[in-house]
Ligand binder design. Structure first.
Ligand SMILES: Cc1ncc(COP(=O)(O)O)c(C=O)c1O
Length: 454
C-alpha cells in the first residue's frame, strides 16, 4: 500500500528502478523505450555519468545558499553559457525550478518593467489557443487547456487569447488565415488598446498543445514587428523546445526576419531539457535593457523563491550543456530528427492502424501523431473514447513510453501523441521505436473497432 499519491488516481504505477540511455526499467524487470524523454525532458538520455558526478561534486562543495545573500559559481557559469547561446541582447539569466515558474516570472517581469518605465496601464497578456505555459495560476491563465482550467476558472486571470498557427487545422484560408500570418496578434492588440498590452507569449514551435506544429516561415518576423510597433514585450516559451530539441538550440532560430537576421524575443523561458532531467531547474533569459530599467528604478525584481539560483540545479545544467556540446547533440537532434520525421511519415501511410492517423509532423527530435476519426474531414474522435490515452496505454504494454495530449481540435476533442526521444537514440533504437509505435497504433485501431478503448 503506497502512501504516495500521483496525478492519476485510477491505477497503480510501475516502480522505476533504473534507467540508462533511452531505456527505463521497472521493478519487475520490464524494459521501456523512452520515446518522449519522460515529458520532453531527458534530451541527453538517462544515466549520464558526467552529469551525475557534477551534481555529486557540487553537493559536496556547496549544495545550497540563498540567492539574496550569495552568487555561486555554477549559476555564474550557466548564465554565461546561456548568454552565449541566446539571441543578441539577451544576456541576463534568472534561475528557478520548473517551467511554470519561469513563465510566471517572465510575465511578472514584463509587467514590472512597464510599471517601472512609468507605463502602468500595460497589464494585458496575450497568449494563444491551443497553447500551454504551465500550471501555476498565472501560467495556467495564459494556457488554453480547458480540462486543467475549468475547476479553477474563478481564480484565473483574464488573458486575451488569439488562435495559434496550427497548419493541420488552419481551415480553407490555410497559410493566409490571420492565425497563420500573425495578423491575429495585431488585431487583438488594436482591439485591446496597445497602451494596455504588456506582453505576448508563445511557444515558437508548438509543444504538446498543437503537437509540434510549425508556423509559416514569416510568422515570427511579423510578430516581432507588431510587438515593436506597439511597445509589447515578446516572450518566447522555449520550456519544451529549448536546449536543442528541434535541432537548433532555440526553436525560434528556425525563423528569420525578411533580411535574414535572427529574431530576438525580449524574454525566453527555458526548463525541461536545460538539464536533461538530472535536477529541477528552469531559466528566464532576459534582454539586458529590461534589467537595467529595473536596476535604475526599484532595484528589485519582485519574485522571491527559496530555490532560485540554486547551485545544484545550475551545476547539473552546466554539465548537461557541456555534454550536449561535447557530443554535438544539437546537430544530432537535427540529423537523427530528420531520419525520425521520415520514418514517422511512413507510419501514416502503411500498417493496420494507418486509417486513424490524420497527420504526422514536427521538427528535429520533436514530433506528433494526430489521430482522427475521419482522415478526409479531419473529424476528431469523441473525447469519451480516450483515443490518445488508449494509444499511450497500448504502447506502454509493448514497452514504449509516449506522451499524450487531448483537446487540441476544438478545445474538448482531439487526440495526439508526442514522440520526443533522447537525442542520443541510435538508429537501431529508433527502428525499434517506430515498430513499437506502429504496433500500438494498430492495437488502438483494433480496440476502437471492437469498441474497447480504455
Ligand atoms: C511550453 C511549456 N511551457 C511551460 C511548461 C510548464 O513547465 P513545468 O511543467 O516544468 O512547470 C510546459 C510543460 O509541459 C511546457 O510544455
Amino acid at each position: 500500500m503506497s502512501h504516495v499519491f500521483y496525478r492519476k488516481l485510477d491505477h497503480a504505477l510501475p516502480t522505476v528502478v533504473r534507467a540508462s540511455g533511452v531505456f527505463v526499467y521497472d521493478s519487475s524487470g520490464k524494459r521501456y523505450l523512452d520515446g518522449c524523454g519522460g515529458a520532453m525532458v531527458c534530451n541527453v538520455g538517462h544515466g549520464v555519468e558526467e552529469i551525475a558526478a557534477a551534481i555529486g561534486a557540487q553537493a559536496r562543495t556547496v549544495a545550497y545558499v540563498n540567492g539574496t545573500a550569495f552568487t555561486n559559481e555554477p549559476a555564474e557559469e550557466l548564465a554565461a553559457m546561456l548568454a552565449e547561446r541566446s539571441p543578441a541582447g539577451l544576456d541576463k539569466a534568472y534561475f528557478l525550478c520548473s517551467g511554470s515558474e519561469a513563465v510566471e516570472a517572465s510575465l511578472k517581469l514584463a509587467r514590472q518593467y512597464h510599471v517601472e518605465r512609468g507605463d502602468e496601464k500595460r497589464r494585458i497578456i496575450i497568449a494563444r489557443t491551443p497553447g500551454y505555459h504551465g500550471n501555476t495560476l498565472l501560467a495556467l491563465s495564459a494556457s488554453a487547456r480547458e480540462h486543467y482550467r475549468q475547476i479553477f476558472a474563478p481564480w484565473l486571470l483574464d488573458v486575451a487569447m488569439i488562435d495559434a498557427p496550427y497548419p493541420y487545422r488552419a481551415g480553407a484560408l490555410g497559410d493566409r488565415s490571420p492565425a497563420m500570418t500573425g495578423e491575429a496578434l495585431e488585431t487583438a492588440i488594436l482591439r485591446l488598446g496597445p497602451e494596455n498590452v504588456a506582453a505576448f507569449i508563445a511557444e515558437p514551435i508548438g509543444g504538446s498543445s498543437t503537437g509540434a506544429s510549425l508556423p509559416p516561415r514569416g510568422y515570427y518576423a511579423r510578430v516581432r514587428d507588431i510587438c515593436d510597433r506597439h511597445g509589447v514585450l515578446f516572450i518566447a516559451d522555449e520550456v519544451l523546445t529549448g536546449a536543442g530539441r528541434t535541432g537548433r538550440f532555440f526553436a525560434l532560430e528556425h525563423f528569420r526576419a525578411s533580411g535574414g537576421e535572427p529574431i530576438s524575443p525580449d524574454i525566453i523561458a527555458m526548463g525541461k531539457g536545460l538539464n536533461g532531467g538530472y535536477a529541477p531547474l528552469s531559466a528566464m533569459i532576459v534582454r539586458s535593457g529590461i534589467i537595467e530599467t529595473i536596476a535604475r528604478g526599484s532595484g528589485r525584481f519582485l519574485h522571491a523563491q527559496t530555490y532560485s539560483h540554486n547551485p545544484l540545479g545550475c551545476a547539473a545544467a552546466v554539465a548537461t550543456l557541456r555534454y550536449i556540446d561535447k557530443h554535438g547533440l544539437v546537430a544530432r537532434a537535427g540529423s537523427m530528427g530528420a531520419r525520425m520525421q521520415g520514418a514517422l511519415a511512413a507510419v501514416a501511410q502503411r500498417g493496420d492502424g494507418a486509417d486513424i492517423v490524420g497527420d504526422v509532423r514536427g521538427c528535429g527530435m520533436l514530433a506528433a501523431v494526430e489521430l482522427v476519426a475521419d482522415r478526409e474531414t479531419k473529424r476528431p474522435f469523441s473525447r469519451s473514447l480516450k483515443v490518445a490515452e488508449t494509444l499511450v496505454a497500448k504502447a506502454l504494454e509493448r514497452g514504449l513510453i509516449l506522451w499524450p495530449n487531448v483537446g487540441q481540435a476544438d478545445g474538448i476533442n482531439g487526440d495526439l501523441v508526442m514522440i520526443a526521444p533522447p537525442f542520443t537514440i541510435s538508429s537501431e533504437e529508433l527502428d525499434e521505436l517506430i515498430i513499437l509505435l506502429q504496433a500500438a497504433i494498430a492495437d488502438t485501431a483494433a480496440a476502437l473497432k471492437m469498441e474497447q478503448p480504455l
